[in-house]
Design a protein around this ligand. Structure first.
Ligand code: FE2
Length: 246
């Protein structure tokens, strides 16, 4: 990450814990999967295994709806806005490079369909009988950028669980099944999970989900076969317990 991206992301992760409860309660929009959303609203895809975290979602295309709420005057909100600006640029450059790699002239834009999510894994939410705080799943989008505050993220390569360790200036990029579908199976889907630590440890992560513009039609990158990206992305998004994308 650039220095400015690091500054925004680390500050957002710090500041989100300082938002007073009444300000959080005023900025809660579950009908559009936006704002502060308490534990219980999201589960691992196609399962009933609830993610053991509170979360906060920010959509660039919903920003005008945030006017008038006290939360937008806090450092947390400003740093989340800055994080979205930084990570949307990074994700767009990766997606553009992929489309160029496959020699596809029809470029894809992501910013207005994508969103930021902060996950707050509180110590009090840990359950002894859970192996994972967030069970094994894949995100179903194009790519996901993940910046955690501590270890715990694991990826699965050929069903082997591999821990992810990131330096302070690093973010991991993982692939979703929508990219696998669009690349005619050439780019595999990366399954991942968040380990339940052996001791009580709070953990946070800031995640950017890259979703392509759902207003236009697509063909696959190699075979040029028509593909209903909007229906696929929406079905996948709802499988986590979220409200529809379209
Ligand atoms: Fe995920």
């Amino acid at each position: 990450m650039t220095t400015s991206a690091q500054k925004a992301v680390w500050s957002a992760l710090d500041e989100i814990s300082r938002v007073p409860e009444d300000v959080q309660a005023d900025f809660c929009f579950p009908d559009r999967t936006d704002g502060f959303l308490p534990k219980g609203g999201e589960h691992a895809k196609y399962t009933d295994n609830v993610d053991l975290c509170d979360r906060f979602c920010y959509w660039h295309h919903h920003r005008a709806l945030h006017a008038g709420h006290p939360f937008i005057h806090t450092p947390a909100y400003q740093n989340i806005v800055n994080s979205e600006a930084e990570l949307s640029c990074l994700a767009q450059s990766i997606v553009t490079s992929l489309w160029d790699f496959f020699r596809n002239e029809e470029q894809v834009t992501i910013r207005d369909s994508s969103y930021i999510q902060l996950c707050m894994y509180e110590r009090k939410y840990q359950e002894d009988d859970r192996t994972y705080l967030q069970d094994r799943h894949e995100d179903g989008h194009l790519i996901t950028l993940i910046k955690p505050t501590r270890d715990g993220l694991v990826i699965f390569l050929n069903d082997r669980e591999i821990p992810v360790h990131l330096a302070d200036d690093e973010v991991i990029v993982i692939t979703g099944s929508l990219l696998t579908l669009l690349s005619d199976g050439q780019i595999p889907t990366m399954y991942h999970a968040v380990r339940n630590p052996k001791m009580e440890l709070a953990r946070k992560s800031l995640v950017y989900f890259a979703i392509p513009d759902l207003q236009r039609s697509y063909t696959t990158l190699l075979g040029k076969n028509p593909i209903n990206v909007a229906a696929f992305a929406d079905e996948s998004h709802r499988a986590f317990g979220n409200t529809p994308l379209i």
